[in-house]
Design a protein around this ligand. Structure first.
Ligand code: GRF
Length: 196
């Protein structure tokens, strides 16, 4: 079955790009039908434009109401948070219960939750001299980075790694596991409804 994917972003959109590319190659059986951003200067919006994907900048007020309206208008089956930095309202999560996934740049339950996003994650990992880090794809529930884990992949943290070099390594893993998770959902190999 081909799925309609809605992607929410706040920044560069490299995760969005990896999903778009995988729908074009056929690895993911589906298409990105809409891209929503809370930031009007998110480069991910340019990426959507290049692929003639409808895109919207969300307003400050009634942001979550607009998210629901647009996801419905574009018949979205699967919502992907790809570097989206705002918290979704309970209404959005209930409406799309078990149909929202998020990519996080750490091995949840480590380095997640309030304040742990983007470079802040990698800075903490390096500061704490961790020997490994990685990325996690999880179902979104009403907590922050707390939903059931769908996929994780580790990467070694080398002695000479900096937060920037670690971020680059982790971002590659994010692309890989986000695409493979969506691929498996699109092919029925992961049944989100059955996950608790
Ligand atoms: C990255 O820091 C990534 O770890 C997180 O969101 C940030 C932006 O990713 N998921 P992207 O390039 O906008 O997809």
């Amino acid at each position: 079955m081909s799925i309609n994917i809605g992607v929410l972003i706040s920044g560069g959109g490299t995760n969005l790009q990896s999903v778009i590319d995988a729908t074009i190659s056929g690895q993911i059986e589906g298409k990105v039908t809409v891209v929503l951003s809370d930031k009007n200067d998110a480069y991910g919006l340019e990426r959507a434009k290049k692929h003639q994907i409808d895109r919207y900048v969300l307003p400050e007020s009634d942001r979550n109401k607009m998210i629901i309206e647009l996801l419905q208008e574009y018949s979205v089956d699967l919502v992907v948070l790809a570097g989206y930095l705002k918290i979704l309202s309970p209404a959005v999560i209930q409406k799309y219960n078990k149909r929202i996934i998020n990519i996080h740049p750490a091995l949840i339950p480590a380095y997640c939750g309030k304040g742990f996003y983007g470079m802040k994650v990698h800075e903490a990992v390096i500061k704490n001299k961790e020997s490994k880090s990685g990325a996690t794809v999880h179902l979104v529930d009403e907590g922050v980075d707390t939903g059931p884990i769908l996929k994780q992949k580790e990467v070694a943290v080398e002695k000479d790694d900096t937060p920037e070099s670690l971020a680059k390594k982790v971002l590659k893993i994010e692309h890989e596991i986000l695409v493979s998770t969506i691929e498996e959902i699109s092919k029925g190999a992961i049944d989100l409804e059955s996950i608790n």
